[in-house]
Every structure is written in structure tokens, then in C-alpha cells.
Design a protein around this ligand. Structure first.
Ligand SMILES: [Zn+2]
Length: 222
């Protein structure tokens, strides 16, 4: 895909996420890893609803700005996940309501933030890790993401929001949406004693769709 097409894609998905209320104000950011090792990244203080393709930050493989506006200050979240997950081509970070709410509940397992509720959650988002709260700009959040060693494509930052990687921008966006909807389902059903997928049903999905779930690991990551 050409540079121009990729910039258009970032703007199109950004607008779609913003218009559906999935990230308010100038929150949220999107990045794409390019063939030369560089990145396209949404700029700092830019609303995902009103991105200008020409002003998207173009970085080289060392993270230096080549053209466009200054990149988002949250870029360490993205680089930490790219560094540890070689299959990641795109990353979406949002401040989406239900996923943020989920991070504040006391019972959340940091290695499986959501139970296996639907097949599409497992197929698109996999399992989700939760890392502790860090003040915005604290470099320790990147260390926490690196500490997950690339096992998770979706990570929740406590009291902040999801960071989700995909092998394409579309995959990262769809996985983020699936995570948000599953968090919403969890909040709707909390304390109602719902039936989640059984271990046998999860194992069947892992086998049928060759899912790479951290809790069902029988091989090492690349
Ligand atoms: Zn954020």
C-alpha cells in the first residue's frame, strides 16, 4: 500500500473510532510500522476525528521526525509493544469508556483481564493483560509493557485505556473494538452469574483457529 493510502487509512479509521465515541477529545493515537522500519504516527494534541493526512508524523527507524507534526507523547506505549511483538504492524491506543472502567474493578486478573466470553473476543483480541497505573509520561509504563515479552497483543493500562497491536491497521482497530465491546458485556453481566465459554470450548477455538493465547502456549513466540 502506498504512503498516501496508508495515511488515508489512519485518518479514516481514526474518524470512525472518534465518531462512535470510542475516544474523546484529543485522546487516543494510532501508529503503523512501515517497510523501512519507520513509522506513521498520529500527531500530539490531534483529535482522531479530524486528522489531516499531510500532517501525520513520519518517523524513521530510530524514531526521528522526518516530516509532519510532532508525534504523540504516548509513543513509548507503541514502541514498547512493537519492540516485543515482531508481528505487530499497527497499534491503536484509545481512552474507551468500558475498557477503562474494567481496569478499575478489584477482581481483574492482570494476565487475563476478561474471561472467555465470546469466540470473537478470543479470535480478534486474544487474551488481555492489565498493567498498573502510571502517571502520563512516566517511562515505567513502557517497561511494564516490555515485561509482558510480547505474549499479549492487547494490553490495558490501568485508569487509562487499551493498547492493541495487529498485523494490519484493520486488525488492530477490529481487535480494539472487540475488546471494548467485551468489556461492555462484562460490565453488563457483572454479578449476574453469567455462563462464559468453558475450557473445552476455548480449547476447541484455539485448535480450530490456531489461536496464539498466552494461557494456551505450547510453543515460544517468534
Ligand atoms: Zn492515552
Amino acid at each position: 500500500m502506498s504512503d498516501a493510502r496508508l495515511r488515508e487509512e489512519i485518518c479514516r479509521y481514526g474518524r470512525s473510532l472518534f465518531e462512535r465515541g470510542l475516544t474523546p477529545g484529543s485522546s487516543g493515537n494510532i501508529s503503523l510500522r512501515l517497510e523501512d522500519g519507520g513509522w506513521l504516527v498520529t500527531p500530539t494534541n490531534a483529535s482522531l476525528g479530524f486528522l489531516d493526512p499531510a500532517r501525520i508524523s513520519r518517523l524513521d527507524a530510530e524514531g526521528r521526525l522526518l516530516s509532519g507534526d510532532k508525534p504523540t507523547k504516548e509513543i513509548p506505549l507503541h514502541t514498547a509493544l512493537y519492540d516485543t511483538r515482531s508481528s505487530a504492524r499497527a497499534i491503536v491506543h484509545l481512552h474507551s469508556t468500558h475498557a477503562v472502567a474494567l481496569t478499575m474493578l478489584p477482581e481483574i486478573d492482570p494476565r487475563a483481564a476478561l474471561p472467555p466470553m465470546t469466540p470473537y473476543y478470543l479470535m480478534r483480541a486474544g487474551e488481555t493483560a492489565l498493567v498498573p497505573y502510571y502517571r502520563p509520561g512516566d517511562p515505567a509504563v513502557a517497561d511494564a509493557i516490555r515485561g509482558l515479552a510480547g505474549k499479549y497483543s492487547s494490553v490495558l493500562l490501568a485508569n487509562h485505556g487499551p493498547v492493541v497491536a495487529g498485523d494490519s491497521l484493520e486488525a488492530a482497530v477490529f481487535a480494539t473494538e472487540e475488546l471494548e465491546e467485551t468489556a461492555k458485556l462484562y460490565l453488563l453481566l457483572r454479578n449476574l452469574n453469567p455462563r462464559f465459554l468453558s475450557p473445552e470450548q476455548v480449547a476447541d477455538l484455539v485448535k480450530a483457529f490456531d489461536l496464539d493465547l498466552p494461557s494456551h502456549h505450547d510453543h515460544d513466540h517468534d
